[in-house]
Design a protein around this ligand. Structure first.
Ligand code: GDP
Length: 585
């Protein structure tokens, strides 16, 4: 029978197996046969899914409109013939501690690095610098892998990625990850080899390592520009900016300006006295104070239009990062915004978007799928959590990082999430759901903390995201069923039987393989037949109690047996240890 199921443009292997109602292992095997190595949480695209499902005798269809919607979101806006040149948008990526923040500081001439908790940039922000009289827009993208989510968006917003590689450390996992993001997003890469002032700095080794990742530098006949720099001595910084502008010129970056302003929300938070404050990057058009803009499910009459460091702007064009006040509610990180004619249009459009958001989460579960879901929740252990964060961007990162932790067996269930301090409401919700409360860069007033202690509520506050994720991961691991590990240690042949009771045997024998030690268990075998599993309770070399007997030695041993064991000379004991281990994700 051919079933037709509609899916989105991409789908995780786990979700697809669920939709097709086949075991996920079967799907993974089929994928492997076709050369696709994907784990349960990884996404495959529609075309791959279709090929695989057809081989399984099933059929899927692309959900109407799915591809167009996705394509719209991913592709950079195309400029018309009338388009004007625009500044490049640049993101700095690379392994943690390789000097991203220091490099941005050196470029900006300020010092942000020292202020950041744990030395890690916590959320995306953006600013412009001028070099040779031309503006360059920098997205201050966070460095730690927990921010993969934001960074992925970051790469899609950008024209050029400065890939930071420390001269004294070389290409590392997050370097490779950054290369992958940049390549997937079709973004130009410029390599900055940082910390060249340090002893042991070896730019050539880095170039070699980069070539292993298919990044071939210009001087070796490739296309990638490489600039050695030091944030400490400022050596190479000017040249790096020269290179950026050069690459930007080659890319011929343009955008329309005579269209309604549009762009992307890259950060949003609430400020006392100012209400929702959103940082946005303009992609096309000119935005002015007083205009109406729609962003996702909310809208604003732009009250203040400012640079991210607070300078008022009378207008802002493509590639300009701006902060906007006047939103009715917090827009979300990654929301597209667009200027519209008037308030009525703004309200209508945002209401439609709000409606869409609701229906996508509650729509279309068939009774079969529901039964599957219910069954699944039985064998899946969930960790209930409540998450509060300071800004949308970091909340999105935390939630995305949680998703990455999910497996077939255990998953993080977000009972509630939001922006702002821990409140009484969070405590109440925690009491009814047993959820652990996690705060990221937010406070919990002391009355709340005291109440949490009294009610034995797990309330944890963090200012470094990976510490939060590590804690959640450790809690999830506790939910995994422990693993029983058996290790064979030796074999003994029975040479004599001295005493047998209902629950014990004292015998003697020769160790013919490995060694015997205590504590241990043994499978008693006669030829191929398994007679019983017993426990070794005592080992003797001659009259002396010992802990170990080696191969080739004779020994005496006491066995504890679950029932009477009529041992015979020539029977074998295959001795093994059995331990229960906590598993890890
Ligand atoms: P990030 O995690 O990639 O943002 O790295 P940071 O900018 O926080 O830098 C990590 C460490 O490397 C800090 O201790 C910096 O002082 C140091 N560092 C960064 N750039 C340089 C450099 O050019 N020269 C030297 N000597 N140290 C640097």
């Amino acid at each position: 029978m051919v079933t037709t199921i509609e899916i989105e443009d991409t789908i995780t292997v786990g979700a697809l197996a669920e939709r097709l109602m086949i075991p996920v292992t079967k799907l993974i095997t089929e994928l492997m046969k076709n050369g696709v190595m994907a784990t349960v949480n990884e996404s495959i695209d529609f075309d791959t899914a279709q090929i695989i499902t057809q081989e399984l005798g099933l059929d899927i269809e692309l959900k109407e409109g799915a591809r167009e919607a996705v394509a719209l979101h991913r592709e950079k806006p195309k400029a018309s013939a009338k388009a004007a040149p625009r500044p490049p948008v640049v993101a700095v990526m690379g392994h943690v501690d390789h000097g991203k923040t220091s490099l941005l500081d050196a470029i900006r001439g300020s010092s942000v690095a020292a202020k950041e908790a744990g030395g890690i940039t916590q959320h995306i922000s953006a600013y412009q610098v001028e070099h040779n009289g031309r503006p360059i827009t920098f997205l201050d993208t966070p460095g730690h892998e927990a921010f993969a989510a934001i960074r992925e968006h970051g790469a899609q917003l950008t024209d050029i990625v400065i890939l930071v590689v420390a001269a004294d450390d070389g290409v590392k996992p997050q370097t490779i990850e950054a290369i992958r993001y940049a390549k997937n997003a079709g973004v130009k890469i410029i390599v900055a080899i940082t910390k060249i002032d340090k002893e042991g700095a070896d730019p050539n080794r880095i170039k070699q390592q980069l070539s292993e990742q298919n990044i071939l530098v210009e001087e070796w006949g490739g296309e990638t520009v490489v600039q050695p720099v030091s944030a400490k001595t400022k050596e190479g910084i000017d040249q790096l900016l020269d290179m950026l502008l050069l690459v930007a010129d080659v890319e011929d970056l343009k955008a329309d300006i005579d269209v309604p302003a549009r762009g992307l929300i890259i950060e949003a938070h609430v400020e006392v006295g100012r209400g929702p404050v959103a940082t946005a990057l303009i992609e096309a058009g000119i935005l002015k104070p007083g205009q109406f803009v729609v962003a996702g499910a909310t809208y604003a009459k732009v009250r203040n239009l400012e640079t991210p460091d607070g300078k008022p702007l009378s207008q802002a064009g493509p590639s300009t990062p701006v902060t906007i006040t006047g939103f009715k509610a917090l827009p979300e990180f990654g929301d597209e915004f667009e200027a519209v004619e008037n308030e009525r249009e703004a309200r209508n459009l945002s209401e439609v978007a709000a409606g869409d958001r609701q229906t996508t989460s509650s729509r279309g579960i068939s009774s079969n799928e529901l039964i599957k879901l219910i069954n699944r929740s039985h064998d899946l252990s969930q960790l209930n959590v409540i998450v509060k964060a300071d800004v949308q961007g970091s909340l999105a990162s935390v939630l995305d990082s949680f998703k990455a932790l999910d497996t077939e067996e255990v998953a993080v269930k977000v009972v509630s999430s939001g922006i702002g301090p821990i409140t009484d409401n969070d405590l109440r919700l925690s009491k009814t759901t047993g959820a652990r409360i996690y705060g990221f860069n937010v406070i919990a007033p002391s009355v709340i903390r005291q109440q949490a202690v009294r009610d034995r509520i797990e309330l944890h506050l963090y200012s470094v995201i990976y510490e939060l994720i590590d804690d959640v991961k450790a809690e999830l691991e506790k939910l995994l069923l422990p693993q029983v590990v058996e290790t064979d240690i030796g074999t003994l042949v029975v040479r004599g039987i001295f005493n047998t009771t209902k629950s014990s045997v004292i015998c003697g024998g020769e160790v013919i393989k490995g060694k015997l030690s205590l504590p241990s268990l043994a499978r008693v075998k006669r030829d191929k037949e398994l007679l019983m599993e017993v426990e070794l309770t005592n080992l003797k070399r001659g009259p002396t109690d010992v802990k170990e007997i080696n191969s080739g030695e004779m020994c005496g041993l006491s066995l504890s047996t679950p029932s009477r064991l009529d041992l015979m000379i020539g029977d074998r004991l295959e001795v093994f240890t059995r331990v229960v281990q906590q598993r890890h994700l």
